[in-house]
Design a binder for this molecule. Sequence first.
Ligand code: M6R
Length: 608
Amino acid sequence: MCGIVGIVGITNTVPRMMEALHRLEYRGYDSAGVATLHGGELHRCRAVGKIAALDSKLVDQPIKGDIGIGHTRWATHGEAVEVNAHPHMADGLAVVHNGIIENFASLKKELIENGHNFEGETDTEVVAHLISEYLARGLAPKDAVFETLKRIEGAFALAIIIKNENERIFAARRGSPLVVGMGKGENYLGSDAIALASLSNKLIYLEEGDWAEISREAVTVFDMTGAVVTRPVTYSQVSNTFADKGNYRHFMQKEIFEQPFILAQTIGKYFDQTGGGVKLPAGDFDFANVSKVTIIACGTSYYAALVAKFWLEKMARISVEVDIASEFRYRDPVYTEGGLAIFISQSGETADTLAALKHAKAAGQSILSILNAEESSMSRESDMVFPIYAGPEIGVASTKAFTCQLIVLAALATEIARARGKLDEAGVVSAINSVGEIPKLVADVLSNHKGIEKIAHKIAKARDILFVGRGLHSAIAMEGALKLKEISYIHAEGYAAGELKHGPIALIDENVPVIGLAPHNELFDKTVSNLQEIMARQGQVIVISDHDPSAVGSNGEDLMSFKMPKCDDIASPIVYAVPVQLLAYYAAVEKGTDADQPRNLAKSVTVE
Ligand code: M6R
């Protein structure tokens, strides 16, 4: 998490750094700060909260300088208070950092013993003090930075400016991404291409262990041994326009409501409705002979993986293992020769997913990533990249990216099933036709949003809420619970409906609403039995179904319900995702929480 920007410029850097920080806000919004060099002296301004708070503070306490570094923070070590905000300073130098310095405690002890005074509780501050320690011992700035890099452990991207060093920024990366942008008589540094979108599209991605000296005229990259290395120059396609909310109150609302159009766009990229079958950007990869599929992701992307497991096993009759990325590489997973490892990520930067990807790659698996951010760390490490074409998703809660991930996974499942001889041409045509219905089905749900708003009004005061479903819809139940808790702060859990009686049913009483996802499919009767077990214990069941809610029974009064359109097994998880997104959104609005930037979260999770 955390976003970094740096400019070695020929004019004042502060307005441009602030613009870049606004672009980087998706990485964290606990605090922000900038530091500049002006006339050889360091200047700094920091503020707690979103970037807008720093904008305001800079009006009252302006700083300027042709060289500067900036930061937006997602707190890891130390509370979100001003002393813990970056840039951190020590004796005439300033540092910004993304990542975690794992050996900070022992370094801090050593530095305190050497007479250093620390201002806050961050791990980052040791980097500033360590460089200043080496400078005080007489090392040249470049050597002081290099010695410091040899001492610190963990994952980091760093940018450093030093008093009287008016010509350069030092940068380093290990574990966390960092990109250098090249300009005319100026050069730049950022966490990613998005940060630099309005500064430069000519980029050098620093590689693992690289560090660099960036001046106005030159960029010198060193590897871990200190040898000068050449890294390729690439040209970014990332747009420099800011996404806007249009007439919507929140980005999340806009992103939910634009799904019919966005889904149609993604469907058009993967499914040829005119008889051309499924189109995958996989080159000549042989899906027929894949021995096993492993799918890894986090959060909402993980729930997309759970849906894909159902589809792949049912349609393609292939064994699929699904795991959360933060656990995967630590459990010594068993790979099979000829295995396909699929990574799903909206951002393409999630640290756990990226690390799992590298683990699978090192084990010789073929790597396929399903990404929204086509220019990302994961795309650079993958053998195949399947973009989801959702467009920028600004709301921290993932909505349209989830449904677009499912479209791409449906295309993949259909093609693997076809390649393995489990789906004939008629089956492929039927899958294409059912996917083609999705935009209209989603539009139907959205046009009835008032019904969900009413339910949200009813549940918004609850302390705990359960979501249940069976089969494919157990994953949507979990997604619904995640969505609700992350933006409305109501405690919610999602379960496979049949699991309730193994423990969670103990939570049920008249104050606990239970959202039952009950499409009228082969598991409908089983779902109804589970919902009746809840009603028998006074749970307030709310049914989301294409069937008559009276078939579920009643609690003495009519059940609250939301009527869904009829859909088959491919369309259903995508279409049922929409009411649970709306429910979370309207509950957040009712509670007055920040639906787009909920507390404690960030859009891109770049720490382990
Ligand atoms: O960018 P990714 O898809 O890798 O992100 C994974 C999760 O952090 C993300 O889906 C998170 O759970 C969302 N905030 C959920 O709405």
